[in-house]
Design a protein around this ligand. Sequence first.
Ligand code: BG6
Length: 527
Amino acid sequence: MESSASNQRMQELAATASVTAPDLGVDPTECVAPGPSDPCTIVILGATGDLTARKLIPALFHLYLNNGLPQAFQIVGCARTRMDDDEFRNKMKTALIDAAILDQDQWPAFSAALHYRPIDYEDLSSYSNLAETLKNLDISHNTPGNRIFYIALPPVLYKTVAQMIGRAGLSAEMTNGNGWSRIVVEKPFGINLDTAMDLDRSLHEHFSEHQIFRIDHYLAKETVQNVLMFRFANSLFEPIWNRRYVDQVSIMATETLGVEHRAGYYERSGVLRDMFQNHMMQLLALIAMEPPARFEADLVRDEKSKVFGALRPFPIADLQNYLVLGQYGAGVIDNQPAPAYREEPGVDPKSLTPTFAMMKVFLDNWRWQGVPFYMTSGKRVARKLTEITIRFKTVPHSLFRHILGQTIVANRLIIGIYPDEKITLTFQTKNPGARVCLRTVTMDFNYQQNYTGPVLDAYEKVLIDCMLGDQMLFWRQDAVERSWSFLTPILDRCEDCDDRTDLLEFYRAGSTGPAAISRLVSNTESA
Ligand code: BG6
């Protein structure tokens, strides 16, 4: 009896600990697309590639279904392959079937907006022909000359293509608000500071900064965007969001996938360039930045850039206490045998490319002085997990120590990005019963809670923002350079030098990563 009553009470307690979203009188579906953007033509360079079929066309079609595209729009695919509009449309239809989002009723109208022009990326006359095509489409479809050039190509072609677009007169903008021209590039933005600056010089030969959209798909994830809302739309947490109350921060983005078919890129990139220079840095910035005066693209990006500027230069002479690098060996993932990185197709059997890194960094500023930020990312580990954990300090004095004989567990705030889109706050409560016992309970907010409307994927969000000209979610060049300034000396020391063998630890696929990660954490805690 006793125990079932207390079980019921515990369930009630658990229920009241769950957060209910207040009704703000906003129809959630109104939050999906921010309203009509200018009519425009989206030119995809690299239209026969994987990115176009797997991400871009499904994103554009889903936007179309949800009224997220402008009233008048055209999509022009360009690639080296010779084919006509109909062949391109059929290919894209197959892509939508593969993505399981083809709507047969809506397809005819959408497909009528799809066009294809073969292009030789290095030949200016190809781009002059493209300019002619775009002009004709503007006339026949009543579009006012607004263009997005989405570069869905290998990075080696970025410079050439951007220059050719410019030389064909396609980067020029009219001054009356219409006739804008924007270029979209995906990471990697160079492979180190010098090459990033070089790429930027090429982009700027014909495009101004307001025309350049440097994508980081992590920034378009809903839960990542939510970090700023959570921090700056609640008065509860901001006063304790600093070195006085925060003990350490962990930023984690691990995955079960291996290098897949991307060895050519990944062998030269490794985890530091692939995940740290971009995604991990953006997560760090969102957690650590100061509140901007207003939620405007450049004010937000100013604050992020300051975070990168505050990164303490890495102690290259004492690397083992600040950095763990690993490479996956053979193992088992989801009960299936997984090959070692060195056995993957296209990988050098003696490769020293790291597929895992854990890094301890500090920010030399007033708010965060002395607080370690652990950033961890790796391929082929046991779980795909993207999560940020803020660990607060333990209570200054435990009045329960003589009874409990234990340290009181510190509060944690967990921002889950994948697989759970959630925010969880852990705290201590009394265990029901006559004895004094503490237990850790959680308050959970699930991101999808109380929401049934459509959800935009990261590429849809990115495309909407390009059409609106909103650069909030895109990298600005000063931040790119600061991020590279921090990482380049580490790369020079760890990835690009001859004696790097001793810096790399092998871990079993399906494990939690190199054993050395525990050394890194315990070293800090005792420091
Ligand atoms: C990409 C990296 O930018 O991000 C990949 O190139 C990585 O190597 C991917 O797998 C991870 O993204 P997500 O959204 O699955 O966490």
